[in-house]
Design a protein around this ligand. Structure first.
Ligand code: ASP
Length: 410
């Protein structure tokens, strides 16, 4: 019998995962069968994420150093840098505008009962964090002892050190060619490990989806349904219509061709809710399926996985306005502009891990004087919305790599 391709296996894994999850909810979450299945699914799912995390830091480090060093070989380093950052800011701006408009039209939160907010608020005490505090903390987190950063898995600090090292290698040229060769080979080795881990992806994704379906509290979801629908609709508009349209207009790559190549990464992002954990797969999809040149992919994708988060930016903007609606405050244009900028900054500052956007949400709320405690009402549905916003984040990175490739070629 012919074994189906990895793509098909992953798709089947996702379908089975959702179906089994529904089945377990139907027979009762507390039944012995459901509990045992949940235990196994949890174990398999977390092991899959552990495997991805295992290769994450070596991958970010080597791919950025090698990416920067290779860029110089093409005398394009400035163009790539500038186009990449401009594209990230542009695509996150589009996402936030979609979120703000969707909120204007549908006004989620106006009909929700406030006593639920009260209940939730008593159970949650958010960390008070002003935008200035957040900014200071964010800047300090960029520059760390590289060994501490590597050991503690501080992706952003590792990324910054790798950028420095990459530039130093470029300037040193011939003198450091051995170190560069060593890092290049290390990168190839890590990519080989990624290939092995990917063979387990269908099981990992199936297990994670089973867990998600069984542990989600659907009764709360119905109360927050409108908000969830607006976020989901906005993310879909951005991910299914706008990003592919921008991609098509700039590069001529057709949406279905893009999705076909990007599918593994999108599904993994959806199942893991982590751009960082998905990074090895995103990189593989960009290089192998979408044919982005190595030196572009290895620079744009890891950078994007940490700072380019379209889905998170959109979510933060809608959530802030949702909370404003709940407490009955109408934000004026100026305040919405503040939300625009803080949402982008919060998305840039959020690491690519599950629910990270929730943590940086505090600063967006406080920037316009909303109670940070209101996060409590967003928490119950956060894991569910995190799946789709992470997929949008990862999609933005892959679209970005294709667009940058096109822009620097001309
Ligand atoms: N989970 C998201 C990611 O990894 C970040 C967030 O929005 O919470 O991309």
């Amino acid at each position: 019998m012919k074994i189906p391709s990895l793509n098909t296996q992953i798709l089947l894994g996702a379908i089975f995962g959702i179906a089994i999850g529904f089945g377990l909810v139907a027979i009762g979450k507390d039944s012995a069968t459901a509990q045992t299945s949940l235990y196994v699914a949890n174990l398999v799912g977390t092991l899959f994420i552990d495997l991805l995390k295992m290769v994450l830091i070596p991958l970010v480090f080597t791919s950025i150093v090698v990416g920067v060093a290779n860029l110089q070989a093409h005398k394009q380093i400035h163009r790539v840098w500038i186009s990449t950052l401009c594209f990230f800011v542009f695509s996150m701006s589009v996402a936030i505008i979609v979120g703000l408009l969707a909120n204007q039209i549908f006004e989620p939160g106006k009909g929700l009962h406030l006593d639920m907010l009260q209940n939730a608020m008593t159970n949650f005490s958010a960390k008070q964090q002003t935008p200035a505090d957040f900014f200071t903390k964010f800047l300090h987190s960029l520059f760390m002892n590289p060994f501490a950063a590597l050991a503690q898995g501080e992706v952003l600090a590792v990324l910054i050190f790798a950028l420095f090292l990459g530039v130093a290698l470029v300037i040193g040229g011939e003198r450091y060619k051995n170190i560069l060769a060593l890092l290049q080979e290390s990168l190839e080795i890590v990519m080989q490990m990624v290939r092995w881990i990917m063979t387990l992806a269908p099981f990992g994704i199936m297990a994670l989806l089973i867990k998600l379906m069984v542990t989600q509290d659907f009764s709360l979801l119905s109360a927050l349904g409108k908000f969830a629908a607006v976020v989901t609709g906005g993310l879909l508009l951005h991910g299914v219509v706008l990003l592919p349209l921008i991609l098509y207009l700039v590069t001529g790559v057709k949406p279905w061709r893009f999705w076909h190549g990007a599918r593994e990464a999108l599904l993994t992002a959806f199942a893991t809710s982590s751009s960082s954990a998905t990074l090895p797969i995103t990189l593989r999809c960009a290089e192998h399926n979408l044919h982005v040149r190595k030196e572009i992919a290895q620079f744009v994708i890891p950078l994007g996985a940490t700072i380019n988060m379209d889905g998170t930016a959109l979510y933060e903007a809608v959530a802030a306005l949702f909370v404003a609606n709940l407490v009955g405050i109408d934000l004026n244009l100026m305040q919405q502009l503040v939300v625009f900028f803080t949402a982008m900054f919060a998305a840039i500052g959020a690491p690519g891990i599950p629910s990270a956007g929730m943590v940086t949400m505090v600063m967006v709320l406080q920037s316009v004087g909303l109670p940070a405690e209101a996060i409590a009402i967003l928490l119950p549905i956060d894991r569910l919305l995190d799946t789709i916003r992470t997929a949008a984040n990862v999609e933005g990175d892959m679209v970005g790599s294709l667009i940058i490739q096109k822009l620097v070629k001309n």
